[in-house]
Write a protein that binds this ligand. Structure first.
Ligand code: ACO
Length: 403
């Protein structure tokens, strides 16, 4: 029985006003560089055997120096737009889930918007750690079902390697980099994102945290650098509990039972957490998507990367009912029920060429806008600008075009 306090926050996702939010395009971008457990043996006091037994991870992808959450997210987004066969200008909204942005401001979403040339789109970042993708999916579906948006791009993108303490064997074996993007579009065909449950418990915030530049200190302790701090055992206990309860809750909210679900896509954090949750739900491993062995924990990107792989290898098929379930820092946890009713979009060479041309145009437009702002600053100074100002601090490097 779902408690009434949960009922209030339920997101009715079954198209009460005839609008449904379907996933119509997707794309994944993972860095080429592979970091194996054997590589980690050379860096910290650990072993391939320990990591595989305790986490299920064998290797993970690490971004090279040129890549950021923006560049990985942009490449994933372009693949998703191509798959959905839409143009950047078709986008009403871009939502990026990330806990490893290049800047707190501007948002990763705005920088990706600029790279895509999505001139009509609103753009913002959302931070719910590893539950971020489900939170973003839920926000996108809500916008579409309410009629406020027709086409939304949702991206989970992370370069966790940049905020990982590579001398801490308790965390550096887990985290990795990657990105995935989904296009969600309005449709009058029933299906798509049906139900979502979102939860949080800030009292567990100290179990997994990263200090911002504003550096609040937890319990008065001096803040270390902005790296992931984690109490692994605490997170493990919390995760094992909420993964199964959130799955049951979202299924129950849809008026279904676990037998009606074809595939479960859990957040890829630790194979032991996934196994424990699925055991308690009595779900056999053939109904569970797991790729943690090859990618490690990519936080907000983990669930969409796993979905896309499962779609491509046939584990998720058209008309399947799938449950996504995740947990993360915050603490946050969430689950979503999707009906995967994707109509394949016929490939169109002409639109491919047009999209590529528009991406080039987006770069040119961005450059021209920057130059115009420079000229504006030079020739149209406000009177107060002519007075020398006292500087309040060291100016930060402004966002670069490739970030
Ligand atoms: N190699 C070898 N030994 C290690 C390593 C390592 N990499 N890491 C820890 N150990 C040691 C510990 O020091 C400890 O030794 P001790 O008994 O002498 O003190 C022993 O192994 C056991 O340590 P535990 O922390 O109890 O190990 P556990 O089985 O809990 O595994 C792990 C640790 C893998 C971190 C696990 O707790 C875990 O996965 N927790 C969940 C973390 C998670 O999912 N985080 C992501 C959340 S999502 C997000 O928001 C980003």
């Amino acid at each position: 029985m779902i408690k009434s306090r949960h009922r209030k926050r339920q997101i009715r996702a079954n198209g009460e006003n005839g609008r449904y939010a379907h996933v119509t395009g997707w794309g994944v971008e993972v860095p080429e560089r592979v970091l194996t457990n054997h590589d980690l043996e050379q860096m910290v006091d650990t072993s391939d055997e320990w990591i595989r037994e305790r986490t299920g991870i064998s290797e993970r992808r690490i971004a090279d120096d040129r890549d950021t959450a923006v560049t990985l997210g942009t490449r994933a987004a372009r693949k998703a737009l191509k798959h959905a066969d839409i143009l950047p200008d078709d986008l009403d909204l871009i939502i990026v889930a990330t806990m490893s942005p290049v800047y707190l401001c501007p948002s990763t979403a705005c920088l990706i918007q600029d790279q895509l040339g999505a001139t009509r789109a609103g753009a913002f970042d959302l931070l719910a750690a590893c539950s971020g993708f489900i939170y973003a999916l839920s926000t996108a579906a809500g916008q579409i079902k309410s009629g406020m948006a027709r086409t939304v791009l949702v991206i989970g993108t992370e370069t966790l390697s940049r905020i990982t303490d590579w001398s801490d064997r308790g965390t550096c074996i887990l985290f990795a980099d990657g990105a995935a993007a989904f296009v969600l579009q309005e449709s009058d065909t029933p299906g798509g994102v049906r139900e979502v449950v979102l939860h949080s418990d800030g009292s567990g915030g100290e179990l997994l945290y990263v200090h911002s530049g504003a550096r609040p200190t937890w319990n008065g302790a001096e803040a270390p650098a902005s790296l992931i701090n984690m109490n692994g055992r605490g997170v493990f206990r919390f995760a094992a509990r909420v993964m199964s309860s959130a799955t049951e809750e979202v299924v129950q909210q849809a008026g279904l039972t676990l037998n009606d679900i074809d595939v479960i896509v859990p957040h890829q954090a630790n194979m032991r957490i996934i196994d424990a949750a699925m055991r308690s739900l009595k779900i056999s491993s053939d109904r569970v998507v797991a790729n943690i062995e090859r990618y490690g924990n990519t936080s907000a990107a983990s669930i969409p990367i796993a979905i896309v792989e499962a779609v491509e290898n046939g584990q998720i098929k058209p008309n399947d009912r799938i449950v996504l379930v995740g947990f993360g820092g915050g603490l946050t946890w969430a689950a979503a029920l999707l009906e995967w009713e994707v109509t394949p979009t016929p490939a169109s060479y002409g639109r491919d060429v047009l999209r590529e041309g528009l991406y080039i145009l987006a770069r040119v437009r961005s450059l021209i806008n920057r130059m115009l702002r420079l000229l504006e600053a030079l020739f149209f100074r406000a009177p107060s600008d002519r007075q020398p100002r006292q500087r309040a601090g060291t100016p930060a490097k402004p966002p670069q075009q490739d970030e």
